[in-house]
Design a protein around this ligand. Structure first.
Ligand code: HEM
Length: 441
């Protein structure tokens, strides 16, 4: 476990060459859960990382944003039907589950959420997350039970595999295209599903080198990154975000004020006719400085991944190269190094009064002088940081703006304070959160 910011900087950033992977390479479980970017190592990671960079460009992300607005419309419609007396109790966990599944179905897979999609995601995440952990944490055991793992995976990823194969073939056959991540990954292939060469490229006019282009199988597998990495992270950030709004009405008022004065209010509040008309222009989100600080504070207090890990690719002495911190600690090849994100974020020497929810820590005037970037690891840092950081922040800001403009969230007698974390070995997740909700006066 390493928690010294200078050493963290070396591991995650400046000496990346020795710490590029999350686990030692070489376990052959090529499958939907082990061939996604977070699990890849060495050259496989480098090649796939170049491809993800081609997908997660600002231009591509902006094309997908209207679909997030669509999904917010749907949630607002549902809430409006339930708020009968200008006051209501909402099971936040349930509402967010629907919103996030719908957003994932629509922006990634080009379909709307359905009971089959929900069940497919449940099966996938419940079985495959433990599998991913086994592969990451117990490589030797993985080698022994790899056949059993493959078998288990194939029974649980069937819904998505079938859906993707069907949808990809259909788009190839009809020449139709979607405004979604599936399409962006499809455009990275060398051949379409009928074996015909693809000339199209997602990177504007740039031709993708042949060696980078995806096979059919790799294309399908990359789409599994989303149910694994998207669902849990968005769920945690939004769930705890809404909770903090409800228990901190002054922060909520300040946020609403910023949103209303910067990009305008959200309809008349009666809820019948104004849900679709208050779509937000995503470019205006950059002006919301307090919203940005609020989200950074949500991620600080409730980091989705409470530790990061790296494996050592060659014997390395930590702190020995051009560093002020010479530890003399030898890290042998294949050693796993963990970085305790949650503990760093809750350490009072980095963040005074760490249990206090205080977005002002992250206001521009306090940010650069008070916070060492290597103590803030909500999205990781360095070449292996979250590839979707900008997109997720955009998505979170958009959803929060839409909801805060229209609704007021408040604490109920049976709102659990402080909130309870789910008992999950890898990530912090939300337990049921009940909040009051009413139209903004
Ligand atoms: C609230 C939203 C999110 C948070 C807080 C978050 C956080 C993180 C963190 C902490 C890491 C590990 C970084 C490291 O090891 O240094 C990571 C990696 C990653 N995230 Fe996210 N994430 C979020 C949303 C997403 C979404 C929506 C996607 C969609 C695909 C995504 C895709 C990935 C991928 C592919 C990696 C692995 C990158 C690599 O290994 O090169 N994340 N994320």
């Amino acid at each position: 476990m390493v928690s010294d910011p200078e050493l963290i900087k070396q591991i995650l950033d400046t000496r990346f060459g020795s710490f590029a992977d999350r686990r030692p390479p070489a376990i052959d479980v090529r499958s939907s859960f082990s061939y996604i970017l977070p699990a890849l190592t060495g050259r496989d990671w480098e090649r796939m990382h170049r491809n993800y960079k081609r997908v997660f460009t600002l231009k591509n992300e902006l094309k997908i944003v209207p679909k997030i607005n669509d999904c917010c419309d749907k949630l607002i419609e549902t809430w409006n039907k339930r708020i009968t007396d200008k006051d209501n109790e909402i099971d936040i966990e349930q509402s967010l589950r629907v919103l996030i599944l719908d957003t994932m179905a629509w922006t990634v897979f080009g379909t709307r959420v359905s009971p089959e999609f929900t069940e497919g995601t449940r099966r996938l995440t419940q079985c495959l997350l433990p599998m991913y952990l086994i592969v990451t944490l117990f490589p030797k055991l993985t080698e022994k039970i790899s056949r059993a793992i493959k078998l288990c995976v194939h029974t649980h990823d069937k819904y998505f595999l079938d859906y993707l194969n069907r949808e990809i073939t259909q788009r190839d056959r009809n020449g139709s295209r979607g405004n979604d991540f599936l399409q962006l990954f499809m455009d990275l292939r060398k051949h379409n599903s009928f074996g015909e060469p693809l000339v199209q490229s997602v990177v504007d006019d740039n031709v993708i080198p042949d060696e980078d282009r995806l096979t059919e199988q790799e294309n399908v597998w990359q789409l599994f990154t989303f149910p694994f990495w998207n669902f849990r992270s968005m769920f945690t950030a939004l769930g705890f975000g809404l909770y903090e709004l409800a228990v901190n009405p002054d922060i909520q008022d300040r946020l609403r004020n910023e949103i209303n004065t910067t990009i305008g209010g959200g309809g008349d509040g009666c809820g019948d006719d104004d849900n679709a008309s208050d779509t937000i222009d995503v470019n205006s989100l950059d002006k919301l400085v307090y919203l940005e600080a609020f989200l950074l504070e949500v991620h600080r207090k409730y980091p989705v991944f409470y530790r990061l890990s790296r494996s050592v690719s060659k014997d390395t002495v930590l702190g020995s190269t051009g560093s002020t911190t010479t530890t003399g600690i030898m890290m042998p090849k294949n050693q796993i190094v963990n970085i305790p994100v949650h503990a760093l974020h809750h350490n009072s020497s980095h963040y005074p009064e760490p249990e206090l929810f205080d977005p002002d820590r992250f206001m521009p005037e306090n940010l650069s002088s008070n916070i060492n970037p290597y103590t803030y690891l909500a999205y990781g840092i360095g070449p292996r940081q979250c590839i979707a950081k900008r997109f997720s922040q955009m998505q979170l800001k958009l959803v929060l703006c839409r909801l805060i403009r229209k609704y007021e969230f408040y604490r109920l007698i049976d709102t659990t304070v402080p909130p309870v974390y789910h008992n999950n070995p890898e990530a912090v997740t939300v337990s049921p959160i009940k909040l009051g909700i009413k139209y903004v006066a």
